[in-house]
Design a protein around this ligand. Structure first.
Ligand SMILES: *Cc1c(COP(=O)(O)O)cnc(C)c1O
Length: 387
């Protein structure tokens, strides 16, 4: 295993090539010139041979690719314009008409949309499983099952899958596996080391770290990454642009420091919420009350800054009043930046469909950012006391 400081500060960089600048350059170019036809032919033969056109390889993006692959402990990686594009390319490259996919239930919303709306148009079916036991996957295997899709933990209820066991089952059956690792990042969990074929993460959240760019990552073996590069990556053209790649390289430099601080502050905020009379349940993999706490401790280093909670009197009215009373914590999707954010599940449910007895409908998801935890707790306290 490479030293993480070496990965973040040196790997993929060659400062002597660009005036010993400490920060890497942004190669904002669409194309690259050749002197020899033989060299041009070599590039046409295989775009992974070198720089030809920035829809394929680009030097700034390559610095980022090398760092992200190393963090995942993978041979190679591709960086996309956003996480949804990475998911789409990772799945599409590995399936064909007539195939069957097994996915953990409640995956990231746009993964689910792909399974439910887009893939059926091409004769690909998906079965959702609970995923907490490897047997739930085993039971749904069909002769045409070619792909297993995991997200551990997921990003609302944080349910985990026993990743090593699922990966072993898939290997035995020649099934390709992809795991969305956005919640943990490779700092807190390494799916490739457990035998997962493709580790996916959005770079929009923790990697970028400043709510100012989107990005998405797929890591895996050379052959798997090349297969994706040669087809969906080049054809859909969803690779990241040099400037956004540069922002992500910058974000990576502070990733360990940010995650360390966020992990600490989150425990402080959760401790406050647990002891507040208006709060009912906390859903956080690293809380002792979490049903899969033991598995979380086995698979993950930390829970980071994302958790859900519910109110004692979880009506649409009380949730609305609480969320709208916050003065410092912003109501917004996504996470991973400086600013703490919060989003209630009921924002996606109409008043008629809202079911008070369904705990899912009552979830309020919170991301603890880099502010002082006391500053956040004050805000939560005044909003909770107002309901
Ligand atoms: C945000 C997110 C994605 C998608 O990433 P984008 O960069 O927004 O496209 C995928 N999976 C999870 C768990 C996410 O939270």
């Amino acid at each position: 295993m490479m030293d993480i400081s070496y990965i973040l500060n040196e790997l993929g960089e060659d400062r002597e090539q660009y005036f010993n600048a400490v920060a890497p350059p942004i190669m904002q170019t669409s194309n690259f010139a050749f002197k020899k036809i033989a060299d041009l032919r070599h590039a046409f033969d295989d775009e992974m041979n070198g720089y030809l056109y920035s829809r394929g390889l680009n030097p700034t993006v390559d610095i980022l690719r090398k760092k992200l692959a190393a963090l995942d402990g993978a041979e190679d990686a591709l960086v996309f314009n956003n996480g949804a594009a990475a998911i789409f390319a990772g799945v599409l490259t590995n399936i064909k008409s007539g195939d069957h996919i097994i996915s953990v239930r409640n995956p990231y919303s746009w993964a689910q949309k792909m399974f439910d709306v887009i893939l059926p148009r091409f004769g690909v079916t998906t079965t959702y499983v609970d995923g907490k036991e490897v047997s739930s996957f085993e039971k749904e295997l069909q002769p045409n099952t070619t792909f297993i899709y995991l997200e551990s933990p997921n990003s609302w209820s944080f349910e985990l899958q026993p990743v090593q066991e699922v990966a072993a089952l898939a290997k035995k059956k020649n099934i390709v596996t992809l795991m969305d690792n956005s919640y943990c990042t490779p700092l807190f969990q390494k799916p490739i080391e457990w035998g997962i074929d493709l580790a996916m993460q959005t770079a929009t959240k923790y990697i970028g770290g400043h709510s100012d760019t989107l990005g998405g990552v797929l890591s895996g073996s050379h052959s798997m990454i090349k297969k994706i590069f040669d087809s969906e990556y080049l054809n859909i053209g969803s690779g990241i642009q040099p400037f956004n790649a540069w922002l992500l390289i910058r974000g990576l430099r502070t990733l360990p420091a940010r995650l360390e601080r966020i992990s600490k502050s989150t425990l402080q905020v959760i401790d406050f919420l647990k002891n507040h009379p208006k709060v009912d349940t906390i859903i956080f993999p690293f809380d002792e009350s979490f049903p899969q706490y033991a598995l979380a401790k086995k698979q993950m280093v930390s829970g980071g800054g994302l958790f859900s909670f519910t109110l004692k009197n979880g009506t649409m009215e009380s949730i609305t009043r609480f969320c709208e009373s916050l003065k410092r914590i912003l109501m917004a999707v996504s996470w991973g930046g400086y600013e703490s954010l919060l989003i209630p599940k009921c924002a996606g449910i109409t008043a008629e469909d809202f079911d008070r007895n369904n705990i899912d409908h009552q979830y309020i998801r919170m991301y603890v950012g880099l502010e002082e935890p006391e500053y956040l707790i004050e805000d939560l306290n005044q909003a909770l006391n107002g309901i």
